[in-house]
Design a protein around this ligand. Sequence first.
Ligand code: ATP
Length: 274
Amino acid sequence: MSEPQPISESPLVTVSGLRKQYGDFTAVDGIDLDVPPGQVFGVLGPNGAGKTTTMRMITGLIEPTSGTITIDGFDLEDDTVDAKKITGFIPDRPYVYEKLTAFEYLRFIGGLYHMRRAETADRIDELLTLFELREFSSSLIESFSHGMKQRLVFAGAMLPEPRLLVIDEPMVGLDPKGHHLVKRLFRQLVEQQEMSILLSTHTLEVAEEVCDQIVIINHGRIVARGTLGQLQLESGETDGNLEKVFLRLTKQSEEERHRDVARRFGDEPGEQAS
Ligand code: ATP
């Protein structure tokens, strides 16, 4: 994990009291987050913790039940288009139009962002080269492997040069070379272009290698946040890698949750054993 940059500017993303309710079930239960510019910010958590739901709310794909999200000063609810214009999203599965060629797909994305055609063509060429897809520029996407589609989605998300990239499980479907490319790219984007990257992942060595800060979510709540060093201290695993730290912190949060439930039921009149 790299050393965090000094935080001199206001956060690029501010999430406050974010909640998502599905009927009686609370998927996200009051999350507060500040994502500084120029940092890779990791969101970790066990299956079903609420990571994807949180990421999708931040990209405006699903509406929160309550809470606010601000991106570069734009309130996602009131200034939706302005907030979305500067946000790129890479979901865990590559949703692409199979009957388009790689070039057509990227030009279509450029059109959505009102990019000029000439400017788009140069940028598309640059991105297809970066993601090693240039020789497949005129091939239909339906002929691509999963990893190639995922790389194309990366290119599409980066095309309009967003200030914020939100990435759900970046490594799914990528081969080791793709892993290496993407990890190097993340660091370049935040260090050279002052972008912010918010990524959720189960691949802890990736988080350990590229994230400046990490939050751990469990049962829709943040149970720990900080740099790897801070999380090591908090977990008591001062020499541990992120996997050890993660397992310890999620176990602690489960134990606290069980104690909470026991306390609540124990406090209920009539619930105590007679
Ligand atoms: P994973 O690591 O397994 O991808 P996650 O942390 O991304 O998990 P979410 O996909 O955010 O978790 O889901 C959080 C909880 O919300 C889960 O219990 C899930 O079943 C529930 N959930 C998500 N979407 C819906 C929905 N549309 N309707 C009802 N429940 C939902």
